[in-house]
Design a protein around this ligand. Structure first.
Ligand SMILES: *Cc1c(COP(=O)(O)O)cnc(C)c1O
Length: 379
């Protein structure tokens, strides 16, 4: 037997409370049974997003939310900046280009965070820039971009909105949508929210809704204006993913019980212990600055293939982490501490890495990383 441990940056483990709630018979999405369910989800997401604005619930993966954030607020030819510091930043560029936006891609070296001063310079020079697209946590590199700093800048420009892909950052990082002035913030169900894949969430500011009125991109499935009208009636435009929304309410109930500050500090503690344990093993972290609290990207030691570390973790010890993507494939591996994660997820991951590296012939003092993680996570 090989017991399975899911420590990937999405999908993440789903707590039994949610699994059991989702095992109940399906209710009809246009019946009175469903109205309080969606009402609770709506309010729960506003709590999680720290916003008074609407948070739309879409039946799609996170990328659907990203697509909708482009084609509901912009028009072909609109000037926008995409911040590409990894695989998901690159996705912003691809989506914006697919809809014919005049896309200025700001490439950030993998492992680094965007310098908000450069964004500010660009905006100062050209006030016709309508949108700044960024990730909060760039999952491919394990870097967190300073959203508060970017929001402070973009807020000053009436003609510009800030669109944040918070799909992996939501729950792991404190993102104050209203207080900071984030205009559009996207989340996904299979990351920090602890659900199976299938839902995207999109929080939208009043400033962004004004952009929606002028937008001329083609759209049909992701029609945010219609979703907003439906949400006001505790409905969704098309058939609601009722099962996932029932699960969402369970997960939000758990997060509320823990308290939002404790949720963030738990992620910070787990991330910190993971990083320091990796350093204690003698490994280097991939991010050169501003590491994410959702996922830790670790450099494979020289002469050892990062994909083999991933493969060994999975095949020998049942631990599904993640490898690297694109040009860092083989050079890094990634461990998530996101959502339904606690002390022994980190201990498991650290022990697994030590044992795999030893098994691959790399000199590792067994327990060196685990000891550090235990010290840091001791209560
Ligand atoms: C997971 C993820 C996505 C969305 O991926 P989907 O497969 O569409 O759910 C987007 N951005 C980031 C930063 C992610 O981590």
């Amino acid at each position: 037997m090989l017991k399975r441990y899911l420590l990937a940056p999405g999908p993440t483990p789903v707590p039994s409370e949610a699994l059991l709630a989702m095992a109940m018979p399906i209710i009809h999405h246009r019946s009175p049974d469903f109205l309080p369910v969606l009402d609770a989800a709506k309010k729960g997401l506003q709590w999680l997003y720290q916003t008074k604005n609407d948070v739309l619930i879409l039946c799609s993966t996170g990328t659907g939310g990203m697509v909708g954030a482009v084609n509901n607020f912009f028009s072909p030819g609109d000037k926008v900046i995409t911040i590409n510091g990894g695989k998901f930043g690159e996705r912003w560029t691809k989506i914006c280009k697919a809809y014919g936006l005049n896309t200025d891609e700001m490439v950030v070296e993998w492992g680094y965070a965007v310098k908000s001063e450069i964004v500010e310079e660009k905006l100062k020079k050209d006030t016709s820039i309508k949108g700044i697209f960024v990730q909060a946590s760039e999952t491919s590199t394990g870097v967190y971009h300073d959203i508060e700093a970017l929001a402070r800048i973009v807020k000053k420009y009436e003609n510009t909105i800030l669109i944040v892909d918070a799909i992996s950052a939501l729950v792991a990082h404190d993102l104050k949508m209203d207080a900071w002035g984030i205009d559009i913030m996207i989340g996904g169900s299979q990351k920090g929210v602890m659900l199976p894949p299938g839902l995207a969430f999109v929080g939208i500011s009043e400033k962004a809704w004004k952009f929606a009125e002028r937008s001329k991109c083609p759209r049909f499935y992701f029609n945010f204006k219609k979703e907003r009208e439906n949400l006001a009636k505790n409905q969704t435009n098309f058939t609601s993913p009722v099962t996932l929304i029932i699960g969402l309410n369970e997960c939000i109930k758990m997060l509320r019980k823990e308290g939002i500050e404790n949720v963030f500090s738990r992620h910070e503690r787990l991330a910190d212990a993971t990083r320091k344990a990796m350093l204690a093993i003698g490994l280097e972290l991939f991010p050169k600055e501003s590491p994410s609290n959702a996922v830790t990207a670790v450099c494979a030691p020289s002469g050892i293939d990062g994909q083999e570390i991933y493969k060994n973790l999975r095949e020998k010890y049942g631990i599904t982490a993640a490898g690297g993507q694109d040009h860092v494939k083989g050079k890094i591996f990634r461990i998530a501490h996101l959502g339904y994660a606690d002390t022994f997820d980190v201990i498991t991951a650290v022990a697994g890495v030590e044992m795999v590296l030893r098994g691959m012939g790399h000199p590792v003092k067994l327990g060196s990383g685990v000891a550090v993680a235990e010290e840091l996570l001791l209560k």
